[in-house]
Design a protein around this ligand. Structure first.
Ligand SMILES: Nc1ncnc2c1ncn2[C@@H]1O[C@H](COP(=O)(O)OP(=O)(O)OP(=O)(O)O)[C@@H](O)[C@H]1O
Length: 309
């Protein structure tokens, strides 16, 4: 279903409410689940994040895009408590998240996916799911006795893990090492693991990276189903097909700042966005943007870069 088409789900009202939101950086949303103000993060002489104001609409799929080094991952880390901003305030469901530990943020319902690391690869699929139930204390928590981790809540956690594995068609793999999964299956496991805490907001870090084209459609279906189930989705992605296909709203960052916001169709034609990608190194397939340039009589992105030299 094209992103702009009316949704038939319970999220339809949230999606429809975006129609009247102005397409400008920091635009207020009718029902924001996250509100962030004056968030900055400096690394040495570099201001990696410098966001004046941003709101994430509840119940919709928002894409966070921008060229390499724009500050997207750092901003994700700041919102979810895995890094501390130098300045700023942000709230989730109206409650401040400043100085709240990441696992507590996850338990409040705001959770991010993590790429499957070496350590997690050596655990089975089911063990990875059980770790998700801890609210992502991080790998350091693995040092604690696993017995402690699995006590008490073990049975209900295992039941929930199995339900989710079945939903993501990974149930046959529960005893296999996570490291043996294909790229696409890993992404499904990352998503399933995040759902262990029954979140309201799921933040996906490059869900399409390393996924073979045949699995992409199925993965897109799973992301859309999160929205159909009433969850809010915020994802960082370089794959413009995914951005165009499933996002209801797009926020663009460049050099730490939010430079544009809007529905995917208008964002892909936004001159500020095209300029940001042209002026920076990027991993994004910007053929969509290139088409826009070509239709406006430019020589295409390669030619544009050539002219700049
Ligand atoms: N821990 C760190 N120490 C020093 N510099 C950092 C650190 N983390 C990020 N940076 C720098 O901050 C800037 C923003 O990086 P970030 O990873 O947030 O960008 P991004 O938009 O996610 O990029 P990409 O799309 O390439 O993943 C980059 O210049 C990066 O080199």
């Amino acid at each position: 279903m094209p992103a702009d088409a009316p949704s038939t789900s319970g999220s339809a009202a949230s999606v429809a409410a975006l129609k009247d939101v102005p397409t400008e950086p920091g635009a207020p949303k009718p029902d924001p689940i996250v509100v962030a103000d004056n968030i900055t993060r400096q690394f040495g002489g570099l201001k990696a994040v410098d966001v004046d104001h941003v709101e994430i609409q509840r119940g919709v799929i928002t894409a966070l895009i921008g060229p390499n080094g724009a500050g997207k991952t750092t901003f994700f880390n700041l919102l979810t408590g895995f890094d501390k901003p130098d300045t700023g305030e942000w709230s989730f469901n109206g409650q401040t998240l400043k100085n709240v530990a990441p696992h507590k943020i996850a338990r409040r319902g705001m959770v991010r996916t993590f790429q499957l690391t070496k350590v997690l690869s050596k655990l089975t699929v089911l063990e990875n799911m059980r770790l998700g139930a801890t609210g992502q204390r991080g790998e350091g928590f693995l040092a604690a006795p696993l017995r402690m981790l699995w006590s008490g809540q073990e049975q209900s956690n295992t039941e929930r893990a199995r339900e989710l594995l079945s939903r993501f068609k990974l149930d046959a793999k529960e005893d296999e090492f996570a490291g043996s999964l294909s790229g696409g299956q890993r992404k499904l496991l990352e998503m399933a693991r995040a759902l262990m805490v029954s979140p309201e907001l799921v933040m996906l870090d490059e869900p399409m990276a390393g996924v073979n084209p045949a699995l992409k459609q199925s993965l897109l279906g799973h992301v859309k189903s999160l929205r159909e189930d009433g969850m809010t989705v915020l994802f960082v992605e370089h794959d413009m097909d995914m951005v165009r296909d499933i996002s209801d709203w797009v926020i663009v960052m460049a050099q730490g700042r939010v430079i544009a916001e809007g529905p995917p169709s208008s964002i892909m034609a936004d001159q500020r966005v095209i300029d940001a990608y042209l002026g920076a190194h990027h991993d994004t397939d910007i053929s969509e943007l290139e088409d826009v340039l070509a239709s406006e009589g430019h020589g295409g992105i390669t030619a544009e870069i050539g002219e700049d030299k």
